[in-house]
Design a protein around this ligand. Structure first.
Ligand SMILES: *Cc1c(COP(=O)(O)O)cnc(C)c1O
Length: 800
């Protein structure tokens, strides 16, 4: 149906009229989207079936990637590209007077994630399918994804997100594959044939119904599966009406909302329910499949690998134990070996407030059998430690899985898996030498690094078609399948015509973003100014505050000397703050407050503009990265595990202003010191300074007049705000001793930004730097990351 334009048009019109019962002339963009979506699903269905059949026949190992978040964004255009039918469709549409980009806008983002962690999972699915690897995702089909952000009077307002409002073209509901999940109740122990048996009595069950989404690889027949579980009532019989209402409400609430919190958990029962719901549904489904195909449960780990994305799905460990012990009748030792060999774990953060732990009094009643198993794992582990370190109570207390009334999820993951990886070299080093050092001492073989990556198919080919064309015109198209071949661009860094084309493309992309800014914010920005961009979740450690304070300082300079020569800049922000994160919301208000004053001050002659783009999300991000000149990656060193936004910028030819943190370090090593703007303390200095306690933020306030001026302006209403509006920010800097070293790094940041200005004046040099960055960015393709996971951790092989 996509073989050529003519066939496509005929099929499309026929399908449209059949489905909607109206003539083409009366159809809407939404009809066009739905029709095309259904056509694509139909088109891939035989490959989808064949992929599953081939996996079954091949009997190779498969991986299941469990993640509480999948930040997919839109799928239509991405699928068209991967299927290689984008041209047929866009030209066919064009003949019919339909604009494909308008149709694309109909699709809601699948925003089932908060930020980096969920987007990583989405990029991984794309790479798995493209590399023909047998790997599938398991997640939750939240009715409402991450909240929609509005900015009203400078403040963030949250609205419930409604991605399912118009139905979901990509998913297939599979009621026949539903499974039941038990909560609450009691565990009955009894003896049978001399063996202790366990029975879950009086449980309240919830039914998990799979909704499968095809994951289409690039130019391949592989179509893998993302299975999203929906929570539904099991049975409404035998309950009185009031009970039914409560039960229905409580059940459906499990897959109602994504938790809008990417760092710390509110200690909510619902969150724990979500985690067990995902894990139990996924494992039951994996086991059922396995048993249909293989007889010997003892070979499970030879055929199946289960990966847990952070600790949210860590209950996969006790859940697999439960199934192997209670259902399959294996001994503890047999079950434990299989479990450990099946499970691998990625750590995403060293922020202590983000390390998950659950109070026993919540955990035990909700998941009684799972708690028993974790308890047993803990006792055996502690006994083991005791024999290794007799009498070392302190060590054992620090390493225990259950201690001080809490279940520690990261400890469970470390003990119950065979592989633990960090997401950038420095992050893995910090895990080994500091955060998880006690575990590293006893399981050094488990630790390994897998530096994050991004799919260049979405973040370059789809989002920046002009740059894609320039690259292909220059070095051919082999880089698309082998992104490290982008390095061939290195020989173009002195090619004037290449650099001019590069500049022209950046300019066009900036004009396009400027248009979006004008439409959304009503602000006119100059596309020839430097587009300096910080887009990511709002968090103290990411230091959007450092960026704003520096803008305030630049404004002060211009106020004092309106004739001051500075390269005009447009500072662009995008960030959602967790609804309960009061401080982060104040930073949003500060950015908007500064923007209001700066943008409307005629005296500074448009040398500075500040823009806060509301509702940062994947589909908006696709317009932002291609238009950026500067990528702000300015987290307090040691705090950002890897970052992936940094990679998207780099691939689109933006230059990084960054600290030596996360993957910035690896970027610097790739491009060399001269092609990146590094500033500030390094991780070791930060961690040592925490340890020594020698930092006094007030000294920086007293000794640096620039700092004093901007910090005072937080208090004195200078930016036309209520004078106490920003007290929490003022206090964080001076009363709470500036936990993220904003003031300490200010000088170094201001200095590197001056260097950015001077460098930008030398356009030849600047463009050369951009070219080097693009050329070296292939390393950060998630294809590279996924190959490493496949070879080192999962031991899976491509089917073709
Ligand atoms: C890539 C991405 C992120 C992660 O950005 P970081 O800068 O690495 O924190 C968050 N949100 C969206 C929508 C993204 O596309």
């Amino acid at each position: 149906m996509f073989s050529n334009k003519k066939v496509f048009k005929r099929y499309f019109l026929q399908k449209l009229e059949m489905t909607y019962g109206k003539p083409f002339k009366d159809s809407t963009s939404s009809d066009h989207f739905q029709t095309l979506g259904h056509m694509i699903r139909e088109y891939v269905s035989s490959n989808w079936i064949n992929t599953n059949e081939s996996y079954r026949k091949d009997k190779g190992k498969q991986v299941y990637y469990l993640s509480i978040e999948f930040l997919l964004g839109r799928l239509l255009y991405h699928n068209l590209i991967n299927l290689g039918i984008e041209k047929v469709v866009s030209e066919g549409f064009s003949d019919l007077g339909i604009n494909l980009h308008e149709v694309e806008e109909i699709e809601c983002d699948a925003g089932l994630g908060n930020g980096g962690l969920g987007r990583l999972a989405a990029c991984f699915l794309d790479s798995l399918a493209t590399l023909n690897l047998p790997g599938h995702g398991f997640g939750i089909r939240y009715k409402h994804g991450l909240f929609e952000q509005r900015i009203v009077d400078g403040y963030q307002i949250e609205l419930p997100e409604q991605w399912l409002k118009h139905g979901q073209v990509w998913e297939v509901r599979k009621e026949d594959l539903a499974v039941d999940i038990p909560f609450w109740g009691v565990i009955d122990m009894y003896e049978q044939d001399g063996k202790l048996q366990f029975r879950h009595l009086n449980a309240e069950t919830v039914t998990a119904v799979p909704h499968d989404i095809p994951v289409i690889g690039y130019e391949t027949k592989t179509v893998n599966t993302l299975r999203l579980w929906n929570a539904e009532p099991t049975s409404l019989l035998a309950k009185d009406v009031k009970d039914i209402m409560r039960y229905k409400r409580e059940t459906e609430s499990i897959s109602e909302f994504l938790y809008p919190d990417d760092a710390n958990d509110e200690g909510k029962i619902l969150r724990l329910k979500q985690q067990y719901f995902l894990v139990s549904a996924s494992l039951q489904s994996i086991l059922k499949n396995y048993k249909q195909q293989y007889k010997d449960i003892k070979k499970f780990h030879q055929h199946i690998s289960i990966h847990i994305n952070d600790t949210h799905p860590v209950l996969a460990i006790p859940e697999l134990m439960r199934i192997l012990l209670d259902k399959e009748g294996l001994s503890w030792d047999e079950a434990w070996e299989i479990t450990k060999n099946t499970i691998s774990y990625t750590n995403h953060t060293t922020l202590s407030e983000a390390l998950e732990k659950w109070p026993i009094y919540i955990f035990q009643p909700l998941l009684p059998r799972i708690y028993m198993i974790i308890n047993e794992i803990n006792e055996r582990f502690c006994k083991n430690l005791w024999s290794k370190f007799p009498g070392d109570f302190q060590r054992i207390e620090q390493m225990a899985i259950i201690a001080h009334g809490m279940v520690k999820m990261a400890h469970l993951a470390l003990v119950g898996s065979h592989s633990v990886n960090g997401v950038a070299e420095i992050h893995t080093e910090i895990l080994k030498t500091r955060e998880m050092n006690l575990f590293y001492q006893i399981f050094p073989e488990k630790f390994n690094n897998k530096t994050n990556g991004i799919t260049h198919r979405r973040w370059l080919i789809k989002s920046n078609p002009k740059l894609t064309q320039l690259v292909t015109d220059s070095i051919g198209d082999k880089w698309i399948k082998h992104p490290t071949q982008l390095s061939k661009l290195l020989s173009y860094q002195t090619d004037t015509s290449f650099l001019q084309n590069l500049a022209a493309i950046k300019q066009e992309n900036k004009v396009h973003l400027a248009k979006i800014i004008q439409e959304q914010n009503g602000i006119i920005v100059d596309p020839s100014s430097i587009f300096d961009v910080q887009v990511k979740r709002l968090h103290a450690y990411k230091r959007q505050l450092l960026n704003v304070l520096h803008i305030m300082h630049l404004y002060n300079l211009l106020k004092a000397d309106p004739g001051l020569e500075i390269t005009p800049r447009t500072f662009i922000f995008g960030a959602k703050a967790s609804p309960g994160y009061y401080y982060a919301k104040k930073i949003i208000k500060l950015i908007n407050t500064v923007a209001e004053k700066v943008n409307n001050d005629k005296n500074i002659q448009d040398k500075l503009k500040v823009v806060f783009l509301e509702n940062y999300r994947v589909s908006l991000a696709e317009h932002i990265f291609p238009a950026a000149d500067i990528s702000e990656q300015i987290s307090t060193a040691s705090k950002e595990a890897s970052g992936t936004g940094n990679m998207k910028f780099m691939m689109n030819g933006a230059l990084t202003v960054g600290t030596l943190d996360g993957a910035n370090i690896e970027m610097k090593e790739l491009v060399g010191d001269n092609n990146i703007f590094i500033f500030g303390m390094n991780a070791e200095e930060v961690l040592d300074l925490y340890q020594s306690g020698g930092y006094r933020s007030t000294e920086y306030y007293h000794h640096d007049k620039r700092i004093q001026e901007v910090v005072n302006q937080l208090k004195n209403g200078f930016f036309d705000h209520e004078s106490n509006e920003f007290d929490p920010i003022f206090d964080s800097l001076l009363i709470e001793n500036d936990q993220y070293f904003v003031l300490k790094d200010f000088h170094s940041y201001a200095k590197i930004q001056e260097e950015v200005n001077t460098t930008y004046k030398d356009q030849q040099k600047w463009l050369q730097m951009c070219a080097v960055n693009i050329a070296k960015s292939g390393h950060f393709s998630s294809d590279r990351t996924i190959k490493e996971y496949a070879d080192d951790i999962w031991k899976i092989k491509p089917l073709f």
